[in-house]
Design a binder for this molecule. Structure first.
Ligand code: ZN
Length: 255
C-alpha cells in the first residue's frame, strides 16, 4: 500500500479542496476493503447523500472524513434524523477516518469504524442552526468517537505506517456478529464491550463488570435490571467468541 498522494498538481486554490481531492483519490487508488480484503474501492457519483465509496466485490459502503489533525472525541457528520433513520439500514456506510500531511503529501493515519458500531448512543444531536443561517433550523450530528470501543476503531495506517492487512481483516471479522443484531440490542452490546475493555486487562470477573452498573443505569434509565442485563450481554459475547468464561464469574477477552 502506497501512503503518498499522487503528486500531479491540482487546479484548486483552496487548501481544503485540494486535500479533499487528494484524499479521495488516494482512497480510490490505494485503500482496500476491510470487510473482504478486496482492492476495488470505487467512488459514488458526486453528491451521493450519505456514502462516498463502495467495494465492487462485497458492496460494503464507506463514508470518508479526512482532516489534517488527529480526530478528537467527536467528529462532525450530516443531518441528525437522516443519520438515525439510516442506522437500521443494511447499507448504512462504515466510516473511514483519515489524517494527512499535505506538506509531505502522505496519509498519516487511517482507521475505520465498521457500520455495526453505529448505534443511537454514538450519534449526538447538535443544536438547530440559528434563524439567521441559510439552512435555519437544520439539525446536524456529531459522531462520538469516545463512545466507540477500541474494537470498533480498526487502524489500517497508524503513525505513517500500514498495519498488517491480515490483522486488520481479523479485527474486522471479530465483531461482525454485531451485524445480525437489531440496533437497540447492539447498543447494549457495544456499551458492555466498551465497559469490559476499559477494565484495562483481559482477565476480569463479574464484580469488575458490575462496577459499571450506575453508569449503565444512567444511560438506560428505563431499565431496572441492569445487572442481569450485563450478565446477558457477557453471555452473548461469550457465545460469539468475543470473550470466554474461564471459570464461574471469571471472564477473559479473546484477542
Ligand atoms: Zn469488500
Amino acid at each position: 500500500m502506497k501512503l503518498e498522494f499522487d503528486e500531479a498538481p491540482l487546479a484548486y486554490t483552496s487548501g481544503s479542496q485540494t486535500a479533499r481531492v487528494r484524499t479521495e483519490r488516494w482512497v480510490r487508488d490505494w485503500a482496500y476493503c476491510p470487510n473482504c480484503g478486496g482492492a476495488n474501492i470505487r467512488a459514488f457519483p458526486n453528491n451521493s447523500p450519505l456514502a462516498d465509496f463502495y467495494c465492487t466485490t462485497c458492496n460494503e459502503e464507506y463514508e470518508l472524513k479526512s482532516q489534517k489533525n488527529g480526530f478528537g472525541k467527536k467528529v462532525l457528520d450530516g443531518a441528525y434524523h437522516a443519520k438515525c433513520e439510516r442506522l437500521a439500514a443494511s447499507n448504512n456506510p462504515s466510516l473511514f477516518l483519515l489524517n494527512y500531511d499535505l506538506q509531505k503529501l502522505h496519509v498519516t493515519n487511517l482507521f475505520v469504524v465498521p457500520k455495526h458500531f453505529f448505534v443511537h448512543e454514538i450519534i449526538e444531536e447538535r443544536k438547530p442552526l440559528a434563524a439567521t443561517a441559510r439552512r435555519a433550523g437544520w439539525i446536524g450530528s456529531h459522531i462520538r468517537l469516545d463512545r466507540i470501543p477500541a474494537s470498533g476503531k480498526i487502524f489500517i495506517i497508524r503513525g505513517g505506517a500500514a498495519e498488517p492487512k491480515e490483522a486488520v481483516l481479523a479485527q474486522w471479522q471479530r465483531t461482525l456478529f454485531l451485524r445480525d443484531q437489531p440496533v437497540e440490542a447492539r447498543g447494549w452490546l457495544v456499551e458492555v464491550m466498551k465497559c469490559v475493555e476499559s477494565i484495562g486487562r483481559p482477565d476480569f470477573d463479574i464484580a469488575d463488570a458490575y462496577a459499571f452498573e450506575t453508569q449503565l443505569a444512567q444511560l438506560y434509565p428505563s431499565n431496572r435490571n441492569v445487572r442481569p442485563k450485563i450478565r446477558q450481554q457477557l453471555q452473548f459475547l461469550r457465545d460469539r467468541g468475543y470473550l470466554e468464561f474461564t471459570s464461574r464469574g471469571h471472564y477473559r477477552l479473546r484477542p
